[in-house]
Structure formats: C-alpha cells, structure tokens
Design a protein around this ligand. Structure first.
Ligand code: ZN
Ligand code: ZN
Length: 370
C-alpha cells in the first residue's frame, strides 16, 4: 500500500489544515461523478482512506509509528459515507450530484374503469375508450421551446444544475452541492417557452384508445397497457394505462368460475311428460332436453357453453337448474282432471325428505357439480 502522505501529496509534517486542503483538492478531481473512470475511482478510494487515517490524530500517530495500515472506519468517522457526505452533501443524491437534471421525465400511469356485459366476457371483446390524458405538444415536439428558439445555458450554475456552497461542519468549512435555484437544477433556462404548452412539452387532450379485452375477465381485474398512459414532461416516455374491469350483473345468467348458471322454469305437466326446448344463451340458442319426470333442483349440464377461461382458454360449462312450477289458478275442469290423476297415481302422502337440507342444498350441490 502506498504511503498515505504520498497519496495526498503532503509532507510528513503537514498540518491538519494542509491535509484537509490536499484531500479536498484531490477529491474534487477524482470523485466518481466528476471523473467516472475506473482508475480515478481507485485513486479516490486510496485518497479517501489516506485522509481518514491522517485526519484522525490517534490513527495518524499510530500510522507514523508504523503500526497502522487499518481499513476504513477505524477512527472518528463512521466510514466512507461520512467523509463523502461532508464534502458533497447528502442532498446531492450520490451519483446524481454534478449532473444537471433532465426535463424529460416518465409520464404518469392512467386508470380507466370499463363496464362490460357478461356476454362480452364469454369470448372477449374490443372497445374504444376515450381517455383524458397528456399528449406530446405538436408545436414544440416536446422541446418546451417556442419553435426556432433553444434553451440557454444557466449562467448562475454554468449549466451544471448545481451550485456549491460553503458550510461549516465537523471538518471546518466544506463545500456542498445544491440544486441551482435559478434553473431548478436543469442547467438550462427556456427564454421563450412554447406558448401552446406553456413550456411543458405536453398538452392535455382526449385520446381514443383501442382495447382488446380478453375472454374470462372478472370484476376488479386490471389490465395493463404499457406505454399507453400520459406522455411525460418535455416529451418523456409514456406511463402505463390500467383498465379496471367491471362486469355488470346479468338478469338471467350468473357466473361461477368459468361456468354459467341459469334456472329453467318447467311446468308441472312438462315435468311429468318431458319436453324439448331452446333457450337464449349468451352466444346463441341452446337446445335443452328435459326428461320426463324431472325434479326441481335437477341440473342439466351443457358442456363448453360457458365462459372462455382467461388463462386456460378453455370454455366452461353452462349449467341449467330445473324449477318445476305448480299452477296456482286452475279452472273446474282442470281441477277435476288433477283429482282423477291423483287417484290414478296413488300419490304418496306428504312426508319429510330423507335429505336433511332437501332442496335448499340440492340446488346448491348440483350447481357445484356435487
Ligand atoms: Zn409546446
Ligand atoms: Zn442554474
């Protein structure tokens, strides 16, 4: 390891002040923000280490006696970070210090809510959605300047975006960097801001976005469209657009996973004799065959007429529960026929079902495919 005094370029008799000055001078030349080469980074490290040792009286004494070649943080400082901050200021933000800030920033993400019918979800759908957003200013193309003009270098900070300030600290007077108040740290000023966007490089506008909604989406699901959000300040990259889906309840069909559920009312006579019928599914007619003797709570399963799964891309089933409807008003002749029927079929007395929850759970279980 090189001699600490040699590294700092001072004599063995150098005063604390001379050591401090020598370090500051070298650090400003070698700091990674100023001099991003690997060689400079190595030198900066050894210069900083040398300073740490020699600026601490106890460590310097031991070093002079040949007893100390210790590492960082052995003395009064907490390590590299403290020395670093003492010279460059915590506010400088580490590696960003020294470079002016860019006007171009990423735009905000945007969120739109989209209402869908259950039928839209079966196969997916396409929608055109109008959103209120920020778009690139076409007058200045994001430069923020009136056409024909350019940003000017800030003469307060000389274009660096930072100003240096002397502050008193542990190490005496040290220099810290702060964003330049005159140019807000941009290093440039815009003498003639674009009038169309007030120098923002973007304007608010309504924009129509085409959305492909995949099949199988559910209420609350958010679709992400990268790069479809707001354009950033000064024409910075777009944020993302999020589309939150809300699926409206359907008057006839409900949904369980990718299956569709419905209830079919069947007259008492159709239940006894059986019938064929056709219902309006969400994607066209569905033929149903109701067998003779069907019971309330029986479920007809029609395969692959449900919703196309969001991930599986496979269609669920349509399950139709039967509800037998008993006529409430019958005329004399009908009543006579039913009485005759009752006698002929020797209908059993009403009795408790052996299924403890009877119909209450039957429909539920059958809908669940149990
Ligand atoms: Zn503009
Ligand atoms: Zn400035």
């Amino acid at each position: 390891m090189a001699d600490h005094y040699e590294v700092l370029g001072v004599s063995r008799e150098a005063s604390d002040d001379e050591i401090k000055k020598a370090y500051r001078k070298l650090a400003r030349k070698l700091h990674p923000d100023v001099n991003p080469t690997e060689e400079a980074a190595e030198q900066f490290k050894s210069v900083t280490h040398a300073y740490e040792v020699l600026s601490d009286p106890e460590q310097r004494r031991r070093y002079d006696m040949g007893g100390d070649t210790g590492g960082f943080g052995g003395g009064g400082f907490g390590g590299f970070g403290d020395v670093f901050e003492a010279f460059f200021g915590a506010a400088g933000g580490g590696s960003r210090a020294g470079r002016p800030r860019s006007r171009r920033e990423r735009g905000e993400d945007a969120l739109v809510r989209l209402s869908l019918e259950l039928g839209d979800v079966v196969f997916g759908t396409h929608r055109e959605v109008e959103i209120d957003t920020a778009v690139l200013c076409e007058t200045c193309n994001g430069s923020c300047c009136q056409p024909g003009t350019e940003p000017e270098r800030c003469d307060i900070c000389g274009g660096s975006g930072h100003v240096q300030r002397q502050v008193r600290s542990l190490l005496g007077n040290v220099v810290t960097q702060q964003p330049c108040g005159s140019c807000q740290g941009y290093g440039t000023r815009i003498p003639h801001p674009c009038t169309a966007c007030q120098g923002q490089g973007r304007v608010r506008s309504r924009r129509t976005v085409g959305l492909d909604i995949p099949a199988g989406v559910e209420t609350g699901l958010r679709l992400q469209l990268p790069g479809s959000g707001e354009v950033g300040p000064a024409g910075g990259p777009n944020g993302d657009l999020y589309v939150e889906v809300h699926v409206e309840p359907h008057p006839v069909f409900s949904r369980e996973g990718d299956d569709l559920l419905a209830t079919l009312e069947v007259s008492m006579t159709d239940a006894i004799l059986g019938t064929e019928t056709s219902i309006d599914g969400l994607d066209g007619a569905v033929d149903l065959e109701v067998r003779a003797g069907v019971q309330s709570g029986d479920v007809l399963k029609i395969g692959e007429r449900g919703i196309t799964g969001l991930r599986s891309k496979r269609r669920g089933d349509l399950r139709v529960a039967i509800q037998v409807v008993t006529p409430t008003k019958v005329d004399g002749r009908t009543r006579q026929l039913v009485e005759e029927l009752a006698q002929r079929t020797k209908a059993p007395e009403p009795r408790l079902s052996e299924h403890p929850q009877g119909l209450f759970s039957k429909i539920r279980d059958k809908f669940r495919g149990a």
